[in-house]
Design a binder for this molecule. Sequence first.
Ligand code: Z5A
Length: 218
Amino acid sequence: MKGLFITFEGTEGCGKSTQVTMLAERLRKLGHTVRVTREPGGTPIGEEIRHTLKHSKDNSAMTGEAELLLMNASRAQLVRELIRPALARGEIIISDRFYDSTMAYQGHGRQLSLAAVARVIDLAVGDTRPHLTILVTVTPEVSATRLRSRQATLPFVRDRIEEGDRAFFDRVSHGYELIALAEPLRVRKVDGTGEVAAVHEAVWRHVEKELSRLTVGR
Ligand code: Z5A
């Protein structure tokens, strides 16, 4: 198999982005070609969709269905413009969120039909599926504390999705648990509450196994 596709998932503030950066650096030091991306976004078209989804001043009335389709419009572009070509070249691609986010947030969080969500995801990704997904878990309290401390250092930017209530985010967390239970070989849970370096070592243990199994570009 050419290339390796790794995704990171979890609730906001769990530490995914920090871990994505650390993993990419470690893999590059070992000589691998690594491409990092994120969802929604990752391409010029996807980044415009991201703005509409999160920050556009006129997005308050967005329906769950529109949100589902926009997430997957961004994803369809990312898969074809970036992920498939990178995998075909034998590179390692790391994405900060992918379709498990849609099952967790639009399926479980917004309570859309899980079957309909799965159909839309199928159209967006086809057979482009992650080889490994790291689900970083933290309690809602840890997540809130981290987000507060980060917000204190940045100018305020309204984010429509973060305006969801506690029940919404509880359903999202529960959704992630169900996803991990359903696909234990692909989705590996990592406790995100420890020190950054300790979390990275736990992530690395899972990634290392994939590296020895796959032929990836160097
Ligand atoms: N969404 C969706 O609904 N459906 C979909 O299909 C997709 C996405 C793909 C994207 O938001 C939103 O879109 C997201 C889901 C939804 N919505 N929400 N709400 P985003 O891309 O802007 O952000 P995010 O993905 O939610 O994550 P984040 O807020 O950027 O956080 P993070 O990446 O998980 O964490 P971090 O930035 O690495 O760390 C947060 C802070 O904690 C930071 O100050 C770090 O320095 C600190 N940190 C990190 N790790 C640690 C440890 N271990 N100890 C202490 N402090 C730490």
